[in-house]
Design a protein around this ligand. Structure first.
Ligand code: NI
Length: 179
């Protein structure tokens, strides 16, 4: 398995709209494995293929504390959104920035697994928020696009200065692990 390079803001490739996966072959299987390797090495909870410059609708997520619950979502569709909440997010592609985003906190989702087998599941809390964050990546959207106007202005100014927009969370004790 290989740890993949992660594209960082303002790389224009992060704005690419991903294509649906149509072939479930060895190349796809390798990409899934490499994305998990990258996710765990980065101590993140979610990764979209867009972030590793592979523009297909593929997401890997593991929100468990002991990194024991890898989930793959291919060509994901949100069937139902319920219960809105505001959650502080961060992103591997926008290092050092955290911000509150309004998201649904309960979802019904349909997707394909790594073998192309369809499934439906209910997600809530961190997993629901993380999946929406990753689906945004597949559409070329970053969580900073969803921040309030004033917060966006502050983030942009700080990033231009090369600084950190908001103090990052404690190492290892992040409330909003990168995604
Ligand atoms: Ni992200």
């Amino acid at each position: 398995m290989t740890r993949l390079a992660i594209l960082e803001y303002p790389d224009p490739r992060l704005r690419t709209k991903a294509e649906p996966v149509s072939r479930f072959d060895a190349d796809l299987s390798r990409l899934v494995d490499d994305m998990f390797e990258t996710l765990y090495a980065s101590r993140a909870i979610g990764l979209a293929a867009t972030q590793v410059d592979a523009h297909v609708r593929l997401i890997v997520i593991d929100v468990s504390d002991d990194r024991s619950a890898p989930s793959v979502f291919i060509n994901p569709e949100i069937l139902l959104r319920r219960a809105i909440g505001m959650v502080e997010e961060s992103c591997l592609s926008v290092p050092g920035v955290m911000g509150d985003v309004v998201r649904a906190t309960k979802l019904r989702v349909r997707a394909l697994d790594r073998h192309g087998v369809p499934f439906e599941c209910d997600l809530e809390g961190l997993a629901a928020v993380c999946l929406q964050h990753e689906i945004d990546h597949l559409l070329g959207t970053l969580f900073v696009d969803r921040l309030s106007f004033w917060k966006r202005l502050k983030v942009r100014r700080e990033l231009r200065r090369g600084g950190r927009a908001v103090a990052a969370a404690e190492p290892g004790g992040s409330l909003a692990p990168g995604a």
